[in-house]
Design a protein around this ligand. Structure first.
Ligand code: ATP
Length: 199
């Protein structure tokens, strides 16, 4: 599995559609300060479901939409598509290529799609969760973040490892199942009380 193409349209400084073709192995993005290198990484996190505006270096989510320049009017929506080569079947979906898309409208609406079919954020998260590209995005290490990892508590550090290894998904499912079981136990107790009253 590797990231094949990333297309940005109306995302941050990328007003016009811009496609980056990536190859297996290491890719370096070079350019002058402020030319948009970090915006490319933000787009990657965003299309994979990042929900924190701060993580994307903005105040609110709308800040990812091209805000205009002296020569170009602001745009009404941001779109990012990421195509992943899935020839090795690392993603649990029956396609050799998977394209995840995310769109945000300035009016507030938001859409996700997998291979062109509209889906929920949860579907994108589930699709990526076994790859280590999970909800908390520990696969993307931002500037200054290394320091935060080094200063993390043992519990937080365990969280990073669990997220990256895919254990966290099962922990969340277990917690959900336990909550359901608790609900069932409460219902059963109530039922027993009612039965006792009727007798
Ligand atoms: P450095 O090397 O200094 O870290 P960089 O190449 O990583 O820089 P970015 O931080 O990716 O640069 O890009 C910053 C640029 O993106 C700024 O010029 C900023 O004005 C522009 N930018 C950010 N958000 C938007 C937006 N919503 N609309 C238009 N331009 C934006």
């Amino acid at each position: 599995m590797y990231l094949k193409t990333l297309t940005l349209r109306g995302f941050k400084s990328f007003a016009s559609a811009t496609t980056l073709q990536l190859e297996p192995g290491v890719t370096c993005v070079v350019g002058p300060n402020g030319s948009g290198k970090s915006n490319v990484v933000d787009a990657l996190a965003w299309v994979m479901g990042e929900q924190g505006a701060k993580t994307l270096r903005g105040g609110k989510m709308e800040d990812v939409i091209f805000a205009g320049t002296s020569g170009r009017a602001p745009l009404g929506r941001a779109e990012v598509s990421l195509t992943i080569d899935n020839a090795d079947g690392a993603l649990p979906i029956d396609y050799a290529e998977v394209t995840i898309s995310r769109t945000l409208f300035r009016s507030g609406g938001s859409e996700y799609a997998i291979n062109g079919s509209p889906c929920r954020l949860l579907d994108v998260q589930e699709l990526l969760s076994d790859t280590g590209m999970g909800r908390q995005m520990h696969v993307i290490v931002g500037q200054g973040q290394l320091d935060a990892v080094l200063r993390a508590t043992p519990e937080e550090r365990r969280g990073f490892i669990e997220e990256a290894s895919g254990v966290l998904k099962h922990r969340r499912r277990k917690e959900k199942a336990l909550r359901k079981l608790e609900g069932m136990a409460t219902n059963l107790t109530r039922l027993q009380d009612l039965t006792a009253e009727i007798r």
